[in-house]
Design a protein around this ligand. Sequence first.
Ligand SMILES: *Cc1c(COP(=O)(O)O)cnc(C)c1O
Length: 388
Amino acid sequence: MSDIKALDRTYIANTYARFPVHLVSGKGSLAWDVEGKEYIDLGSGIAVNGFGISDEVWLKAVTEQLSRLPHASNLYFTEPGAKLAEMLCQRTGMKKVFFGNSGAEANECAIKASRKYAAEKHGADCYTIVTLENSFHGRTLTTLSATGQAHYHELYQPLTPGFTHIPAGDLDALKALAKQTKIAAVMIECVQGEGGVVPLDAHFVHGLDTFCKASDVLLVVDEVQTGNGRSGQLYAYMNYGIQPDIVSTAKGLGGGLPIGACLLGEKVKDVFAPGDHGSTFGGNPASCAGGVSILSRIDEALLQGVRERSQYIFDQLTGAKGVESVSGMGLMIGVKPVKPAREVVGKCIENGVLCLTAKDRVRLLPALNIPMEQLEKAIAVLKAALAE
Ligand SMILES: *Cc1c(COP(=O)(O)O)cnc(C)c1O
């Protein structure tokens, strides 16, 4: 065991079941461990390093900003956050952006915006937010309460009240609930990521959209994992042709630095007044400068590349030996193996490929621009591990 593994186990809180790899550096879709072993990265630090590790354009944007003004606080105007917010709004049709530092904070803002809008418009008893079973919305107590998975709830009672979970696909459950309870918002992931890489059915999403518009219920889309090019469109909701009222995003937006963004649409754009919400690090200039360098390169050519790589992975793995099924969208792919997923991931690590799990699936979240040659090599390693 290397010293760092021992140090980590002694002093870092015991919340992560880490894989036995001590990474020290990386470039693009390659990473190296402390012994100099090379890995092809199909995980991107959980959908964060969208253009690979330490991407040159991102690095330049971030380091230039770091040398000028790494942090200023939200007491003053700074350029990168304003530019990133403008780009986000222009690309989505949303109207205003609140920046935090993580996916959970982006969702926390979405929840606060929903509650304030609904209370002001429909009364103090209109606060219920409906989310889906098997969803994942974050680890703060409130975003955990939004998360529709009982095993996350058990340890932390009492949870934040005001959340109800319905099965994905069950529009009737929502309509029945609406007869008994005032509903402020419905919050969904278009592809449930931590829940096993499960895309929502298009009929259901359209049904939700129609229901929400007709009843003035806010439609909130959690694009923390699916966003920023990962689905093959800039945001996954764009694959469904809907226009949400609120979009939260994080992970890939920063390209490797912490950031979260809550995009507020027409209905909720003016819901907050000064003092209603805030974050010391939110809109950090270095993170936002990185975000600008990422978002400005997620263009149609890049997205086409995402869809082609996606098709390649689906073609290679669908029906392959040891594979029960393949699910997902764009470069967010879940492979249900015959063997336990964690065993397959362990074998891949042995053979120089980093991938993840989600529930009973092997989860692939490669960089959006992973070179085809590296992708082909990594998928061959994965196929061998699945077939064994
Ligand atoms: C990762 C994730 C979150 C939480 O993001 P953090 O940055 O870890 O707080 C929320 N929602 C979804 C869909 C996620 O995948």
